[in-house]
Design a protein around this ligand. Structure first.
Ligand code: ADP
Length: 137
């Protein structure tokens, strides 16, 4: 069984889409292993997005991601990382197919509903970034 880290971004909460999106994962058979609501500090966001922190689009991304609380979850299931990414669709919601989460609910290449780990290795690192071991069930 593999774990992946998802984060409902501020637009998901603002649009009241957390339940709708989570239902897709639960209906697919994923199990919630951990859950937490918090607001990103600039420091934590820079750690999480270290691979893009130097990009010109990072300052508006930081503004967006820390504009309101988010909800992080660890999901567990077979092939969880790849399957969740497939259900999510590509980064740019405008290019995401209908039927994917970003294609159905996202706005553009910044405001795109959900973060999800992009490899099993990052899944382990990201779950550990947001959850203490005793808070993962
Ligand atoms: P993903 O979330 O699909 O794994 P990345 O890790 O490349 O994508 O980027 C992290 C987040 O940064 C994206 O989900 C999106 O919110 C934002 N982002 C990525 N590329 C752009 C861009 N070209 N312009 C604006 N925001 C972007």
């Amino acid at each position: 069984m593999e774990k992946t880290l998802i984060i409902f971004k501020p637009d998901a909460l603002e649009k009241h889409l957390v339940g709708t999106v989570l239902a897709r994962f639960e209906n697919t058979g994923f199990r919630i292993a951990a859950c937490r609501m918090f607001r990103f500090t600039p420091e934590l966001l820079k750690e999480h997005y270290a691979h893009i922190a130097h990009q010109p689009f990072y300052p508006p991304l930081e503004q967006f991601m820390s504009s309101a609380p988010v909800i992080a979850m660890a999901l567990e299931g077979d092939n969880a990382v790849a399957k969740v990414r497939e259900m999510l669709g590509p980064t740019d919601s405008r290019k995401a197919a209908k039927g994917t989460i970003r294609g159905d609910f996202g706005t553009d290449n910044r405001v795109n509903i959900l973060h999800a780990s992009d490899s099993p290795e990052n899944g382990l690192v990201e779950v550990a970034r947001f959850f203490r071991p005793e808070d993962v069930f």
